[in-house]
Design a protein around this ligand. Structure first.
Ligand code: SF4
Ligand code: SF4
Length: 165
């Protein structure tokens, strides 16, 4: 198993967005007093020097008011997003991983992921069939053994599995 690697797709920060973080007060041009709305409490957020230009460009955020107020597109990288307060982001963001497995087809394209403990998320009908026939019946309660069995089962159908710790 390998360590989880964020692909900067931004989806978690788009979906959790303003339900997670609210700016209470602007303290300086780059410092903000914020409320973390899930577990409560406040924290001080500082926009990083390297992201100041990106942070000032609010065009995309203005079209998506439900996004986290600190999410911005990564300049020059279509489809990638950054947390402009990366070093001062709250604990809930630091500890979040969006999936425990990624599944790739034989061409190396990501076609599915496992969220939560064992929930498959995919639009690939062949993978769904393979999962229903081979993975769903697995009875083991041990997550490490389960992940290894899943990798073997999907591997026999041409998929590659990346499992995270
Ligand atoms: S944690 Fe997951 S959903 Fe969030 S940006 Fe990274 S890859 Fe995307
Ligand atoms: S603070 Fe950063 S990591 Fe957390 S939701 Fe906002 S953009 Fe995402």
């Amino acid at each position: 198993m390998t360590a989880f690697e964020c692909t900067l797709c931004g989806k978690c920060c788009m979906h959790a967005g303003d339900a997670l973080i609210e700016i209470e007060k602007r303290l300086t041009s780059r410092d903000f007093l914020c409320r973390q709305k899930v577990v409560g409490g406040t924290f001080r957020a500082r926009v990083e020097e390297r992201f100041l230009d990106a942070f000032r460009d609010t065009a995309e955020n203005d079209r998506h008011p439900s996004w986290c107020p600190f999410l911005r597109g990564l300049p020059g990288e279509e489809g990638k997003y950054i947390c402009t307060i990366h070093n001062s982001r709250p604990l809930i963001c630091r500890s979040y991983v969006c999936c425990t497995m990624r599944i790739f087809d034989s061409g190396g394209e990501e076609v599915g992921k496992v969220k939560g403990r064992r929930s498959l998320v995919t639009g690939d009908a062949d993978l769904v069939r393979c999962w229903d026939e081979g993975v769903a019946p697995l009875a083991t309660d041990d997550d490490i053994a389960w992940k290894s069995e899943v990798a073997a089962i999907l591997g026999r159908s041409g998929y590659r599995v990346e499992a995270y710790e």
